[in-house]
Design a protein. Structure first.
Length: 293
């Protein structure tokens, strides 16, 4: 049953794409009075049936409540949507996907217009919103006071995780985790490519691959510990020299299977560069230093 709406913070939601609609729907279901606006008014129809108030303009929607949540196409859209709005004394929570520099600039922009600001990075897809068992959550950065003031409300769609006063940190955490995800997808793509021409069922390889990736994932804790200590040889089992010595096997196997090595070669090249610096007793952690300019 919905909670008592008297006890729940009213929310204005700007942007009703798939994610914005999912967010809006969970606040409605939890009993939060909700005002919505979208450039395409038809997208608000189903939410109106569920109890949302549909504003005729972004300015009207912003005027309706103190807590304003944005989930728009991009940073440029934020400028366009909020151009004619009065943001004085508003709590602006921006869940529009962007980079750290955009988030920092947007925080200054909001302060100049009299608003308080939080930036967010959503670690979920729309079906995970309002479904806590799926593990979705949202990074938030910017004003800690603002985060704490609205934490209960922000927790409704997905777990709210505060990562720092620097407004760019939510976007940075978001991109860091997604970058690792794409690296994993790249490795999985190469693995499936290797068996593509063979009489091996991809469905049979999949659980082996998933279990292996899960088994390797805890290695990130050792990497973090080594970065913190500065000792990249601590706890090393398979050192850099040993791993570089094994790379020709991966490359020759790819060649034999008619598979491009382009997903692996850049990483192997970094490993060889680090080894050439005389770091053979290290783990792979030293590769990170080669990436940072």
């Amino acid at each position: 049953m919905p909670q008592n709406t008297v006890e729940n913070t009213p929310v204005t939601m700007l942007g009703l794409g798939a994610m914005g609609t999912a967010l809006a729907r969970t606040w409605l279901a939890a009993g939060h009075p909700l005002t919505v606006w979208n450039r395409t008014p038809a997208r608000a129809a189903s939410l109106a049936i569920e109890g949302a108030k549909v504003a005729d303009s972004a300015a009207e929607a912003v005027a309706a409540n103190t807590l304003i949540v944005l989930c728009l196409l991009d940073d440029t859209s934020v400028d366009e949507v909020l151009a004619d709005t009065d943001l004085v004394d508003r709590d602006l929570v921006n869940l529009t996907t962007g980079n750290p520099a955009q988030a920092r600039a947007r925080a200054e922009w909001a302060r100049a217009r009299g608003a308080r600001y939080l930036d967010g990075g959503i670690m979920a897809v729309p079906p995970m919103i309002g479904a806590p068992d799926t593990g979705g959550y949202v990074f938030y950065s910017g004003s800690r006071d603002l985060f704490e003031r609205h934490q209960a409300t922000l927790n409704v769609p997905a777990g709210a995780t505060y990562v720092g006063a620097d407004a760019g940190f939510a976007a940075l955490h978001d991109v860091a985790l997604l970058s690792a995800m794409y690296g994993m997808f790249a490795g999985a793509a190469h693995a499936f490519a290797l068996i593509r021409k063979e009489d091996i069922d991809p469905a049979a390889l999949a659980p082996l691959l998933a279990d292996w990736l899960a088994a390797m994932a805890p290695a990130v804790h050792q990497t973090a510990a080594q970065l913190a200590s500065g000792d990249y040889t601590e706890g090393v089992v398979s050192n850099l020299a040993m791993q570089v010595a094994g790379t020709p096997t991966f490359l020759s196997t790819a060649e034999q299977q008619g598979v491009s090595p382009e997903l692996l070669s850049p990483y192997f090249e970094l490993m060889r560069r680090r080894l050439a610096e005389g770091k053979g007793e290290e783990s792979l952690t030293g590769v990170i230093d080669l990436l940072v300019h």
